[in-house]
Design a protein around this ligand. Structure first.
Ligand SMILES: *[C@@H]1O[C@H](CO)[C@@H](O)[C@H](O)[C@H]1NC(C)=O
Length: 282
């Protein structure tokens, strides 16, 4: 054991994992009755959805801070009504959750990338984006960087959203509850596409989304307590201390100005009593 970072003022034991491996090794298929498949010696995972059922998987490990990368190729063609999710979540009624959701659309119409952050069971922090490429043509990398000070959502390395630790201002931040990655492909045509107006066209089924190159540079909780170590940073490209630097800030601004289609922080109608407190802290 190396020297430890006393983040939670507890004695900490180092258990850092870097997994760049096989879906067999890292993930469990959790539902879908054969519709989720691990292929190519564990290098590829596909989820499928038909009229009877969708499918899903989750990681075997739980993480307490991590940089997670996943390459995903979304359902091509007419994907209206389908939702592909990819998120970190803990368990229980006061859970934390960091969400990517991809809402399908008619052929030629853009997918919506929906993001949200739940802390201690409370969400309502949606931000939605269009993408600057067709996410069904190729694999693209969707990353969640979760360290003690930031939750950063990234698309092909470009940050699109930075949820900061503002605990000093009384806003909860996910930092005590270990989370797993979950992913699923399911039918949500009651709300997903144009608010539910466009239904899933089952003549296009089965719908298939593909996953590869899962990589988790992560700290994991050891022996039942919440512990994590700083070495994660130096050993894994510095993600432990990473924030959105000035160059990345410019990129994020570009995305938010040109591709953001919804921001809860500007939805005054929804929050007539006042926007959530984090919205007024830059
Ligand atoms: C689908 O395309 C329409 C038309 O461009 C757009 O208004 C909508 O936001 C897109 N996404 C979803 C999920 O409905």
């Amino acid at each position: 054991m190396k020297s430890c970072y006393l983040f939670l003022a507890v004695a900490c034991s180092l258990l850092v994992i870097a997994s760049a491996g096989s879906f067999y090794q890292d993930c469990d298929i959790t539902w879908g009755d054969g519709r989720a498949k691990i292929l190519n010696n564990g290098q590829l995972l596909t989820l499928s959805l038909d009229k009877t059922s969708g499918s899903g998987f989750r990681t075997k490990n739980e993480y307490l801070f991590a940089k997670i990368d996943m390459q995903i190729k979304l359902v091509p063609g007419n994907s209206a009504g389908t939702v592909t999710t990819y998120y970190l979540s803990s368990e229980g009624p006061t859970h934390d959750e960091i969400d990517f959701e991809f809402l399908g659309n008619l052929s030629g119409d853009p997918y919506t990338l929906h993001t949200n952050v739940f802390t201690q069971g409370k969400g309502n922090r949606e931000m939605q984006f269009k993408l600057w490429f067709d996410p069904t043509m190729d694999f693209h990398t969707y990353s969640i960087l979760w360290n003690p000070r930031h939750v950063i959502f990234m698309v092909d390395g470009t940050p699109i959203r930075d949820f900061k630790n503002l605990e000093s201002r009384g806003i909860a931040f996910p930092k005590n509850q270990p989370m797993r990655i979950y992913s699923s492909l399911w039918n949500a045509d009651d709300w997903a596409t144009r608010g539910g107006a466009v239904k899933t066209d089952w003549s296009n089924a089965p719908f298939v989304a593909s996953y590869r190159n899962f990589n988790a540079d992560a700290c994991v909780p050891a022996s039942g307590t919440s512990k994590c170590a700083s070495n994660a940073a130096s050993n894994n490209g510095g993600w432990w201390n990473q924030e959105v630097d000035s160059t990345a800030q410019e990129r994020m601004k570009w995305v938010q100005q040109n591709y953001m289609i919804y921001n809860y922080c500007s939805d005054l109608k929804r929050f007539p009593q006042g926007l959530p407190p984090e919205c007024s802290i830059a």
